[in-house]
Design a protein around this ligand. Structure first.
Ligand code: ZN
Length: 138
């Protein structure tokens, strides 16, 4: 079995962002040379997510509006976690949207359903963040 590891870097200019990272994951998979196996993609931060869904901007605005209803950013003092930090809402949003995606690798490609794409969800941006891509297989 082979394994391959790569970190992707992001720096969103806004507090929240939804970034399609499918092509970067595909490039990492190609670099790995692995044809059959599994590809794990996870946020390396507890205020960001990696998730699989539709590449449709209206849906991304819907996610954002829904997450803001569940865990509004403001007022900051509504959260016990805030004080030194102001990112309690980002931790909660990340928990809802998940830490990682695992995609099957078949014949050297990500084995997606028809509309599936991989997204990086940023909930506490304007800083450097990392995503881990780990591919195992042969
Ligand atoms: Zn925090």
């Amino acid at each position: 079995m082979k394994s391959f590891r790569k970190e992707l870097y992001f720096h969103a200019k806004t507090r929240r962002a939804y970034i399609n990272i499918t092509s970067q994951v595909e490039a990492a998979l190609a670099e790995s040379g692995i044809r059959e196996g599994l590809c794990l993609v996870n946020a390396m931060h507890i205020t960001a997510s990696v998730f699989v869904n539709d590449n449709e901007s209206g849906l991304h605005r819907d996610f954002d509006r829904w997450l803001e209803k569940l865990a509004p950013e403001k007022p900051y003092n509504q959260y016990e976690h805030n004080g030194y930090e102001d990112n309690a809402d980002a931790h909660l949003k990340r928990s809802v949207m998940g830490r990682e995606a695992v995609v099957a690798v078949t014949n050297g490609k990500l084995d997606f359903g028809t509309w599936e794409q991989i997204f990086y969800g940023e909930f506490d941006g304007m800083r450097d963040k990392r995503v881990l891509v780990k591919v195992i297989g042969e």
